[in-house]
Design a protein around this ligand. Structure first.
Ligand SMILES: *Cc1c(COP(=O)(O)O)cnc(C)c1O
Length: 382
């Protein structure tokens, strides 16, 4: 009989969620929107320092709204991280625009500002300046926003920050999600906190957030009858789910510390194995360490990341390769405008494995994972 399964990043409730959800039931606020949604938005603003927020049905919906509000439309291009989950880029296609995929830099594994600059300069020369830069914060670590903001400002291009993985992280002491013109969070079930499914758009531009709210609720103009001056979406978060989010937000700071502790545990347990390295923490920020991540150089370690993944799976432990770079994904082949790549993302993908990172993991479980990894690597036996 095998040991209980260890998941990559399962939900971790704290108990307070049920009170808010029960209150929604007790007051019959099971309709979409309601007091939990308003409070959740307010509380995310308090946590991050953002001026305004709009709770939505998913992080993907938030990215879609942000792109439309930043003026990315049919025939346009938008610069986008290549090393990220497909949901960062999919909404670019929803808008009929084409992604320009840009590679990562070594310090944070996020969008390389020098390559972004090249992409914007080339677009400008060609009379096709990208309408936005979409920067994803990989595995909970902020991109180099000081540089990205400078580059975007130089070209007058909007910066959209996909902080789906980095809620609770900081960049130069400021909460993740506030570095771009618009920031996006996800409360999907595998993220650092969850509403079972949901997202949020934040910005210091309160008018833009109001416009997002309007578009997300079917773009109903203020009139007694149904009047629409533009087309909208059904993208709002339900009041029941916002209750889960309010409970989860109370423990976000603890969740960050626990995830960082997981990562520190793996570092201590595996860091001295030849060919095993960890995701660096860039000097400008503090990662939430959403996923603990190792890179395995097969030439030194004596086994590949796939060997290790299969060894973990055989012991009922879930792990995941890093996101396959989007410039290699068939889904985008016919839609993408361009790819500016140096090979960084591809190499990280080939060697990268994310280890179980849930905030409810016990030390015994962490040790169980580390033991399987060690046993799968010949270099660890030497
Ligand atoms: C999870 C995730 C999303 C999508 O969020 P959903 O709430 O699942 O729609 C977008 N971008 C990144 C980088 C993600 O990790």
């Amino acid at each position: 009989m095998s040991l209980p399964r260890i998941y990559l990043s399962p939900p971790h409730l704290c108990g307070a969620e049920a009170e808010f959800v029960n209150e929604a039931f007790a007051t019959n606020w099971v309709a979409p929107l309601g007091p939990n949604v308003d409070a959740f938005e307010r509380e995310v603003c308090e946590f991050t320092g953002a001026k305004a927020a709009c709770a939505l049905s998913s992080g993907t919906a938030a990215i879609h709204l942000a792109l439309r509000l930043l003026g990315v439309g049919a025939g346009d291009t938008a610069v986008c991280s290549s090393l990220t989950f497909a949901a960062t880029a999919n909404p670019i296609l929803y808008q009929g625009a084409s992604p320009v995929f840009v590679d990562s830099e070594a310090a944070s594994w996020n969008l390389d500002p020098a390559l972004v600059r090249d992409a914007l300069a080339a677009g400008k020369r060609a009379g096709r300046l990208p309408k936005a830069v979409v920067a994803a914060d990989l595995l909970g670590q902020c991109a180099d926003y000081a540089s990205l903001r400078t580059v975007c400002a130089e070209f007058g291009v909007a910066l959209l920050q996909d902080s789906a993985e980095s809620l609770g992280a900081t960049c130069a002491g400021v909460a993740a999600g506030r570095q771009g013109d618009v920031g996006v969070f996800s409360f999907n079930g595998n993220k650092i906190i969850t509403t079972s499914g949901g997202g949020m758009l934040v910005s210091d531009d309160a008018a833009l957030v109001e416009r997002a709210r309007f578009l997300a609720t079917q773009a109903r103009d203020p009139a007694p009858h149904y009047q629409h001056s533009t087309y909208g979406y059904n993208y709002r978060m339900s009041n029941v789910l916002a209750g889960i989010g309010r409970g989860q937000l109370q423990v976000l700071t603890q969740r960050v510390e626990t995830r960082r502790r997981n990562e520190a545990f793996y570092r201590a347990a595996l860091g001295n194995i030849s060919g095993v390295t960890f995701m660096p923490e860039a000097p400008w920020g503090r990662s939430n360490r959403w996923l603990s991540h190792i890179q395995i150089d097969p030439a030194l370690a004596g086994a590949s990341r796939e060997d290790v993944r299969l060894a973990l799976e055989a012991q009922n432990i879930e792990s995941r390769p890093l996101w396959k770079p989007l410039h290699l994904q068939p889904a985008f082949a016919e839609f993408r405008a361009e790819a500016r790549v140096t090979g960084v993302a591809e190499r990280l993908f080939e060697r990268g494995l994310s280890l179980p990172s849930g905030s409810a993991l016990t030390e015994t479980e962490l040790e169980r994972v580390a033991t399987v990894v060690r046993n799968a690597l010949p270099a660890a036996q030497a």
